[in-house]
Design a binder for this molecule. Structure first.
Ligand SMILES: [Zn+2]
Length: 259
């Protein structure tokens, strides 16, 4: 396992001695998320929990399903650093569009130890939140003004707000077309979620689609695997993860990870 210095895997507590931007930002986040880790804390915590169940960087292949956005890649880098390498299942917004072929490819690259293959799937959408609590707002290095994350979800959210959603497949915009079609199945007709609600819906969709494909492709008798989900959050100074479902299936039995 890679060494990440003094990151001790502890959950962030909203301690009074914290100062400045981080304190302010965490107070904002506290309104929206029950649990919060830095990315390093999150990956380290999940790695340690999975190590107790027999997964490690020698016998396991990691795979990531996160947004293509460059500000999301810190998490992918940490996962790669900690687990060795990481198969890339990602699409815009972190949607799982790699399908059975993508998942099977990741599995066929796994080491085999004691007759078992082991996979760890990290699957998370993302959202930026600024220190005043504005959803979707971030800044990009070398660019003036505000930017948006997740841009794909924000664009879809604006279309819903405007009452104009194109439900056809645009062959010149395949992933965004799939995002609209897939997410609209989960949104009540006429309801327009804000960006945070849409991000939460996206998280459940990514998890459901990944799990559905796992059921079809993964052979339980010869594979142990873990599903790690949550929401990646960007602030001006750091990235965080709020965990959702985190579990492992070992010898066919599901164990919740203490994350
Ligand atoms: Zn994005």
């Amino acid at each position: 396992m890679a060494d990440f210095g003094d990151a001790d895997g502890a959950e962030i507590e909203y301690r009074s001695q914290k100062t400045g931007d981080r304190m302010e930002f965490e107070n904002v986040l506290k309104k929206y998320f029950d649990k919060l880790y830095t990315e390093i804390e999150f990956v380290k915590k999940t790695y340690n929990a999975l190590r107790e169940l027999g997964f490690n960087d020698d016998n396991t292949i990691a795979a990531t399903c996160i947004c293509r956005d460059e500000i999301s890649q810190t998490l992918r880098s940490i996962i790669k650093h900690m687990w060795g390498e990481a198969f890339n299942l990602s699409s815009l917004a972190g949607m799982f569009f790699a399908g059975k072929t993508g998942l099977a490819a990741a599995m066929h690259h796994a080491p085999i130890e004691g007759g078992k293959e082991r996979y760890v799937f990290y699957a998370l959408p993302h959202i930026a939140i600024d220190s005043e609590g504005h959803l979707g707002t971030c800044r990009r290095t070398g660019r003036e003004g505000k930017s948006v994350a997740c841009g794909a979800l924000d664009s879809f959210q604006k279309e819903m707000s405007d009452g104009r959603v194109n439900l056809t497949m645009d062959n010149e915009d395949v992933e965004q077309s799939l995002i609209r079609m897939r997410l609209l199945r989960e949104i009540q007709y006429g309801h327009v979620p804000d960006l945070l609600e849409l991000t939460r819906i996206t998280q459940t969709v990514i998890q459901a689609d990944l799990e559905n494909t796992i059921k079809k492709v993964v052979h339980i008798e010869k594979s142990n695997y873990a599903v790690i989900t949550g929401i990646q959050i960007h602030s001006a100074e750091s990235n965080y993860v709020s965990p959702e479902a985190c579990y492992a299936v070992v010898d066919g039995e599901r164990t919740e990870l203490r994350v």
